[in-house]
Design a binder for this molecule. Structure first.
Ligand code: DGL
Length: 280
């Protein structure tokens, strides 16, 4: 291995828009030496109301772009795209592909009232993958699903605390609270950016759970268990690196707008590059 180029692996991460940044933050904390490339498919957001064929096609296109950029593993930082495309991506591309799903298992373990709520996109809720997840865990507790059309757009617009966002959150959570939910799954990667407002709306007795940290740990396992045999010196060399490599950002939408919103959510001023036309 050529250590002069850094010893981190290159990880490609994508989402329909900026939501996957909530996952990227966990990846950055867990794997500070990795080179991260993030694609916001903002020209096609939201995925939640698109057909699974459409999302699958976009997922293949974005994965091809990330591979061209040198990605050695892909993270689908999107519940909706995982439901639509993870199987097909795994059968097509021969690199680790980490997907995600709403945190039903930890929520079932955490609930005391025995009633769990799931906030997610319509695409996720109506998917066969999610139905299988509910079948696996839904017998032990009552799980109530709530589609949240419009919430993704509020995050994409940077409206993390506006009147309209508050109204939508109230509308989606009130019926769940009325039915005794004590654990609420944020089943879309955009929603962690609304967590303070959701918590304020539902009150502090409701526990919010999401999957970002678990995805980062799963990526770490996939990368380093598989690398252990081939690169035994890796962990020694890793400990010498102290600073994070900068992340690179791309969008299929407007790059000036994406630069502003991604800088705000990522917490650092970044330049977002527009994807080449064949990937848009
Ligand atoms: N952030 C995505 C998810 O986790 C998709 C949101 C959308 O574009 O509808 O489901």
């Amino acid at each position: 291995m050529n250590y002069s180029q850094g010893i981190g692996k290159t990880i490609g991460v994508f989402d329909s828009g900026v939501g996957g940044l909530s996952v990227l933050q966990h990846i950055r904390q867990t794997l500070p030496d990795e080179r991260l490339i993030y694609v916001a498919d903002s020209g096609h957001v939201p995925y939640g109301d698109k057909s699974s064929d459409y999302i699958e096609q976009r997922s293949h296109t974005l994965t091809r772009f990330l591979l061209e950029k040198g990605a050695e593993a892909i993270v689908i930082a999107c519940n909706t795209a995982t439901a639509a495309a993870v199987s097909s991506l795994r059968s097509y591309f021969d690199i680790p592909i980490v997907g995600m799903e709403p945190a039903v298992k930890p929520a079932v373990a955490a609930t005391r009232s025995g009633v769990v709520g799931v906030l997610a996109t319509i695409g996720t809720i109506e998917s066969a993958r999610f139905a299988a997840l509910l079948e696996r865990y839904g017998e032990e507790v009552e799980i109530i699903t709530q589609g949240c059309p419009g919430l993704v757009e509020q995050v994409e617009n940077g409206e993390l605390n506006s009147k309209r966002t508050r109204e939508l959150i109230e509308r989606f959570t009130t019926p769940l609270i009325a039915r005794g939910v004590d654990t609420l799954i944020l089943g879309c990667t955009h929603y962690p950016f609304l967590a303070p407002l959701i918590q304020e709306t539902v009150g502090n007795n409701i526990v919010l759970v999401d999957t970002g940290a678990a995805v980062a740990r799963q990526l770490q396992r996939r990368l380093y268990n598989e690398l252990e045999d081939r690169e035994e010196s890796h962990s020694v060399a890793r400990s010498k690196l102290t600073t994070s490599s900068p992340a690179q950002f791309f969008t299929s939408g407007d790059s000036a707008y994406a630069s502003r919103i991604i800088s705000a959510l990522w917490g650092d001023s970044v330049i977002v590059t527009q994807l080449p036309s064949q990937y848009r």
